[in-house]
Design a protein around this ligand. Sequence first.
Ligand SMILES: Cc1ncc(COP(=O)(O)O)c(C=O)c1O
Length: 422
Amino acid sequence: MTLAERYRAALAPVVPMETDMEISHGEGPYLVASDGRRYLDFVMGIAVNALGYGHPAVVEAVTEQARRHMHVYSGSGYQNSVVAYAEALQAEVGDGSLTFFGNSGAEAVEAAIKAARFVTGRPAIVAFRGSFHGRTLGALSLTASAARYRSSYEPLLPSVYHIDYPAPTRLNLSADEAFAHVRQQLDQLFALEVEPEQVACVVVEGIQGEGGYIIPPAGFMPWLRQITQDHGILLVVDEVQSGFGRTGRMWSYQHEGIQPDLITLGKALGGGLPLGALIARQGLLESWPGGLHGSTFGGNPVSCAGGLATLNVIRSEHLVERAASLGATALARLQELAARPHIREVRGRGLMLAVEFQGAGAPAVVERIIRSALERGLYLHPAGVRHDVIRLMPPLNIPESVLLDGIECFADLVRDIPHVRS
Ligand SMILES: Cc1ncc(COP(=O)(O)O)c(C=O)c1O
């Protein structure tokens, strides 16, 4: 039996297989298949491997910690890699901020829901259409990027309210109009459905990830910060996909000059190993009583060692600044495609880059480009609520020439598309 046949015979089909690759290993920005083929990987485990595959500093830190101990429950005793990582995160988020470690992005969101309800004593949560916050039942109640993620699992959490995200191309509005539309939606929500005094938190992605790498209009996040503050509502910014320098700032909200109450982290947080975190500003979680939340594996010491080593490389090699400058170069190259008839928009911040296609045939075009790219040794991923976006998530330390070669390969495929009538 082939590996694919063995997979199908042994694993639940609920995770759809996107490629036929039999994966051997990774090398920097490349994924190597067992037949020896190398793929330039712009997916990176879905924005997980910030330093590509096999960075020696990360491998060494993980190996060293694995030799000492791979797991001790985080409440059993004080562990250096766990404390050191929380301290390093504190330095990035703000003095006195406190971290709770879980195992995944979804668990970070679960923790945010519980913490916000506990701290405020309020039941309701506001989230945005097009958002992705995970698939556990609490996080899924906030996720609204595809009805099929939700509809077989209802009833979900009650008292969760969704309004539109200011996504101009999705709403078919200008940026200003989209922002005004969302302001009106929140006004209406508070007037007609839930009083703001009942709302524990608003959960928002600084840039919508799965939703299509949507950058909100200037002023949106500061407005949200102000309105939540006015009503005693906690602002949770989900940085699971956008964190760790990907956008050219350590956290996406830093582009907006705001300070959230809570942030959720995952993906790159563990340096390639499973880890999630909820980080709260000073003064919020000090009174979350012992035993009200926790997890056997949360804050695994090997994951923390891998994450800390990754963060140290991001800092010492100035990869946040590099993501900003390299991202600007890459975006300029991609912008050359913007005038083509099948392209709706080219956008990006740092190395969170996306091309949105237009017309009824856009999802098929996206699928075809991704398939053709793979045949040419380039691994790409879709996004967007209509599957009409291709997102690029290269590692932050990718050599510039490799990144631009990959973009050129992608651009060639875009230029080859026959004109699609919209
Ligand atoms: C913004 C955001 N939040 C939460 C999650 C959920 O993370 P996980 O898949 O680790 O549960 C994701 C995953 O894609 C995400 O992009």
